[in-house]
Design a protein around this ligand. Structure first.
Ligand code: ARG
Length: 497
């Protein structure tokens, strides 16, 4: 208790703040009288920490972001301590009252976040001491900042995963809406970025609905796996107090307490897993963004963004740049960097808690913010773009895109083995290329020179529309298939719960 005063006055000196300005005098008195909220590591120290020590140690600017989770966890812990008769009921009440006041202060923007108290845990505890006096010192019974931070951060990451799933679903819904509008809009499908087979824009957009569905399911999986409560692991070895870990786990919405106290304080898999989910999702956004950049290039001319998603050039008046799409495309870089950052921090860390773990938060917060913005921007762009359906259909019909259909016709009508049919179709492409025409413009005579069995029926399959509509296999590009998927996804995405 003595040491708390030493620490406080040391800090007051080092920051040039007298105690009277750092605290309300009455509260400071209460604090001094009781030493409530004793600093964790002051006992064996006579000197205050050096300025650089404080600077490298402080994390309040980062971890204040989960103040609410910190207080929620403290409320649960205090209630459990009372129920287990580890602390007296009236102390418990004072603690709950003080925590409530702190919530009000933080919400009102009047809470004094102080760097001299290192992190959010000590800031809340210090303030609690000022507000309620000696009882505040009982809150930290049977817990440590190690299980506290693991719990708080887990709660934050869990909320983040829940939130992100909703954002991804909004994007999926936007994609489904546009896919429904464009279930019949022909466009060229590509492999190797070369014209391959005609598809529809709807089909293309629905591919992303599937991708993002995997992101949602990955986040849901990660959430389930992480949902064990570290609180009660204490510093590393658990506690000798008769705590009820199931009670706190339940109060905080966890499925169960973590089963090993060392793992409880040392585990950051949940954060890394969230980052891996975010990284994959950012990669998917990047792919779609890249396609949009290509599609809105005038040489493609497939889509155009309205002014609200375009920017101009300061020198070239004709420019209409898809900056938002480009930035979404780029976000995948810093977000996967965040994954790598945390993975590297965790690598080789011995059990149990190490201060390295304090470096877990910046990458997670950064990745969350970046992805959150990228998803919202992408949802906006998906709803915004205008498709030039005539242009897309014309391109879909060009580039010999129905050569596969020609080969398939030969197989289906003349019972030619596919390999041979492929060869004949290839010869037709070569012929069309030399004549400077499309496959549908070769004469029947020319076709019959390649195989005498070919009849005029061949022309039926050589249009882009027929080609696309013929792909009725499950998951294929036929508009009927696409519509089926649209209906299925609309149901899934708008279902309650
Ligand atoms: N600010 C610390 C962190 O974010 C809290 C835990 C500190 N624990 C300790 N033993 N110093 O990890």
């Amino acid at each position: 208790m003595q040491n708390r005063r030493n620490l406080l006055s040391g800090i007051a000196l080092s920051t040039g703040l007298g105690l009277a300005t750092a605290f309300r005098p009455k509260a400071a008195l209460a604090q001094a009288a009781t030493g409530g909220g004793q600093a964790m590591w002051g006992g064996r120290f006579t000197e205050k920490p050096g300025a650089l020590m404080q600077e490298i140690n402080v994390s309040i600017d980062v971890d204040r972001r989960f103040w609410r989770q910190d207080i929620t966890a403290s409320q649960a812990h205090a209630a459990m301590l009372v129920k287990q008769k580890i602390i007296a009921a009236d102390d418990g009440e004072k603690i709950q009252g003080g925590l409530k006041t702190i919530i009000g202060e933080i919400e009102a923007g009047t809470f004094p976040f102080r760097r001299e108290f290192e992190d959010i845990h000590l800031n809340v505890e210090a303030r609690l001491g000022e507000l309620i006096g000696p009882a505040s010192g009982r809150l930290h019974t049977a817990r440590s900042r190690n299980d506290q931070v693991a719990t708080d951060f887990k709660l934050w990451v869990r909320d983040a995963l829940d939130d992100m799933q909703l954002k991804v679903k909004d994007l999926q819904l936007a994609l489904v809406t546009r896919a429904e509008q464009h279930a019949d809009s022909l466009m060229p499908g590509f492999t190797h970025m070369q014209p391959a087979q005609p598809i529809t824009l709807g089909h293309h957009l629905m591919a992303y609905v599937e991708m993002f569905a995997r992101d949602v399911s990955r986040m849901a999986d990660a959430r389930t796996r992480m949902n064990e409560c570290p609180l009660g692991s204490a510093a590393l070895a658990g506690t000798s107090f008769p705590i009820d870990r199931t009670m706190t786990a339940q109060a905080l919405g966890f499925a169960r307490p973590t089963a090993n106290s060392l793992d409880g304080v040392a585990d950051r898999d949940f954060a890394l897993e969230a980052l891996s989910c975010f990284t994959l999702c950012a990669g998917h956004l990047s792919r779609l963004a890249e396609e949009m950049v290509i599609w809105c290039n005038p040489q493609f001319g497939f889509i155009a963004f309205s002014d609200s998603y375009s920017t101009g050039s300061s020198i070239m008046p004709q420019k209409r740049n898809p900056d938002a799409a480009e930035l979404v495309r780029a976000k995948s870089g810093p977000i996967s960097g965040d994954f790598l950052a945390l993975n590297t921090v965790l690598k080789g860390l011995p059990l149990a808690y190490d201060k390295d773990l304090q470096e877990d938060k910046p990458p997670v917060f950064h990745a969350f913010d970046a992805l959150d913005l990228a998803i919202r921007a992408m949802t906006g762009m998906v709803l915004d773009f205008k498709a030039n359906t005539a242009r897309m259909a014309a391109v879909a019909a060009s580039g010999f895109s129905t050569a596969t259909d020609l080969a398939d016709w030969l197989v289906q009508n003349l019972n030619i083995p596919f390999r041979e049919a492929h060869h004949i179709s290839g010869a037709a492409v070569k012929l069309a290329e030399t004549k400077g025409v499309e496959l549908s413009q070769l004469t029947l005579k020319q076709y019959q020179s390649l195989n005498p069995g070919i009849t005029a029926d061949i022309y039926r399959v050589l249009t882009a529309k027929a080609s696309c509509e013929a792909r009725t296999s499950y998951g294929g590009s036929a508009p009927a298939q696409v519509r089926q998927q649209v209906v299925r996804w609309k149901g899934l995405l708008t279902a309650k719960g």
